[in-house]
Design a protein around this ligand. Structure first.
Ligand code: FAD
Length: 289
């Protein structure tokens, strides 16, 4: 028999969405169970840019000290503006404002950002368990909890409220609204992200590049530290299929002509979105962003 335990709220997924919800509920005195298939820290393919609005929400949850400490450790890199380069080569510059309490935006690798928020949720009182949620527990047409695989066995957690924050491949969505998990190619995207060292960058500025081959997607170069950048490109699945290009090759063609970089530098780790997806059109295995 699977074992059973009860909570007031179950949050499935401890990414920024789930961990933020768990922290807010735990601060409000709720008995929260936060579940994720991964332990933290863990990577997530992303541009890593964290907007001022997001930082303000995190500060409202009591994370000001952790954010400043992560900045001082060099994990969060402060931003003060952006550059947007058009297909014809025109560049738009924009300055970022600070928030009313001097908050700033950052490039914060998800390895650090997500672990910081997840730890904050735990510090606020949420109970974290590493477990793979297999399906929602349904009773009389209502969600009454979740069924998980944890340490090699099946376990049932019960709660009157279940928050599905398990990302774009959400098992909760797939079970409750299977039609919402289906998307046309023009509503889905592929992306490739890599970190690269030794690159001359515009300090504290995120850069977006719009050019014919990726439109209506874009490529990005976001500084993660001095001379270290998160670079990548994302494009719509239907366009990707039409062009029949290899994403890795597209990234290799893109970045050297944008910024000087030592010739022996290779992007690492080169990771696709969706995770494990192919970089060529023959085997797409893709999800929407
Ligand atoms: C290539 C790319 C670049 C991006 N760049 C940016 C950017 O620069 N700035 C920005 O703000 N946004 C960016 N985004 C968007 C951003 O990544 C997402 O909006 C964000 O990750 C959503 O957070 P989330 O918590 O909802 O989901 P996620 O971050 O996906 O977290 C979901 C969590 O659920 C867990 N999970 C999933 N299934 C299960 C299961 N069955 N059981 C248990 N746990 C499960 C996962 O392990 C994961 O930890 C980018 C996205 C992509 C794909």
């Amino acid at each position: 028999m699977p074992s059973v335990s009860e909570h007031e709220v179950i949050v499935v997924g401890a990414g920024p969405g789930g961990a933020t919800a768990a922290a807010a509920l735990a601060r409000a005195g709720r008995d929260v169970l936060l579940l994720d298939r991964h332990s933290f820290p863990r990577d997530k393919i992303c541009g890593d840019a964290v907007s001022l609005g997001a930082v303000r929400i995190l500060n409202d949850l009591g994370m000001n000290d952790q954010i400043l400490a992560a900045r001082d450790r060099g994990e969060f890199y402060r931003l003060d503006g952006m550059r947007l380069v058009s297909p014809s080569g025109h560049t738009l510059h924009a300055d970022f404002h600070r928030g009313p309490n001097d908050e700033e935006s950052y490039v914060a690798p998800r390895l650090f950002l997500d672990a910081t928020i997840q730890q904050h949720a735990v510090d606020c009182g949420a109970c974290f368990r590493q477990a793979e949620v297999k399906e929602p527990l349904l009773e009389d047409g209502r969600v009454a909890g979740v069924v998980v695989r944890q340490n090699g066995s099946t376990h049932t957690y019960r709660a009157p409220v279940v928050i599905g924050a398990d990302g774009v491949t959400s098992v909760i969505t797939r079970h409750l609204r299977p039609e919402a998990a289906q998307h046309r190619d023009e509503h889905r995207a592929v992306a490739l992200r890599a970190y690269i060292e030794g690159m001359e960058l515009f300090p504290h500025k995120v850069e977006f590049f719009l050019y014919d081959e990726v439109l209506p997607g874009y490529a990005w170069i976001f500084p993660a530290r001095d001379k270290v950048a998160n670079i990548g490109l994302g494009m719509r699945l239907d366009v990707f299929r039409r062009h029949k290009r290899n994403l890795k090759q597209m990234l290799h063609d893109f970045w050297p002509c944008r910024h000087p970089c030592p010739a022996d530098q290779r992007p690492h780790p080169c990771a696709t979105w969706p995770p494990g997806g192919s970089t060529s059109v023959r085997k797409p295995g893709l999800q929407h962003l």
